[in-house]
Ligand binder design. Sequence first.
Ligand code: ADP
Length: 351
Amino acid sequence: MSASVKIDGISKTYKKGTPVLLPLNLEINAGELFFLLGPSGCGKSTLLRIIAGLLEPSEGRIFFDGRDITALPPEQRHAAMVFQNYALWPHLSVFENVAFGLRAVKLPEKEIKAKVTEALQLVRMADFADRRVPSLSGGQQQRVALARAVAVSPQVLLLDEPLSNLDAKLRDEMRMEISRICHERKLTAIYVTHDRREALSMGDRIALLDKGVIQQLGSPVELYRKPRNRFAAGFLGGVNFISCTIENRNGADWAKTGFGEFRMENGTGGKKSGTVLIRPEAVTLAHERDTENVFTAEFVSGTFLGERSELQFKTADGMMLDVTASAYEIFSPGKPCRLKIDPRDLILLED
Ligand code: ADP
């Protein structure tokens, strides 16, 4: 059965080093596909290895379903791990690789066969049971690694950058597969990645880490649409940061910027000035009839990328604004354009 995971004041300092995890609290629900997302070196793998029992924390405790497992060795935690490099045994067949953890706990042969077959069916590798690992593609090897982890019915599944070694097309395919398997089996899964697309497309929730601190915790949509600070905004997508002062008039909040006044619907927490985030795709061409939140800017340059284009505009106060649009040919350098920003797309940041 899948367990909930509670991380209570976990910190880590490697010998003679600076802390890589500051005391950190997190609660992960049973059956949740939970992401630890952040740049390289922020402490994600350290935290995952502490949860797995491969590394001792400096302080704090870990609970599975309310049970303190901090002192237990890895094999007694009922957690299974999937690694970036698959960690399969090349001299064993696919079947024997998946059976390995089951043999270790001395299950009867009949039960092993049933569980391995079921796990291989789950990852759509049943036809490969007799194959040797080196004859499989990277994607197939990752499926076998996943089957091996799932076969032991872990209380918690831990995944450390599992797709990093795959090419882009296989990665997309495996993202959907891992989501399907986790949700079908109602697995509690903790997934480490530096790839925002993986976290945004698969995660039930994401903890965004930087320098050993959780910068923000929430659903993919919350993190993308309502980032708290510049780091979260920039890590999850394209950004324009605009300085503004804020006025409240007739019950509405207005951000006064160097190139216009914009009504904003996301609240200001009583702040009188600050930085607003405007995502590149939140700026669109205004219709003739639009009057609110409209401004004029000069098209400077653009890159055509097929389904979308990345454009740069210069605002009246000389600021460069990044805009993502589906149109391209209608713009020519130096041409003034009427653009608009939806009031829901201006986000006042904390810093
Ligand atoms: P991430 O998974 O986010 O890339 P890690 O948890 O692997 O980050 O590493 C966090 C920091 O801890 C990095 O600065 C890394 O160099 C350091 N670190 C990781 N493992 C060790 C170790 N065994 N000894 C000393 N420092 C380490």
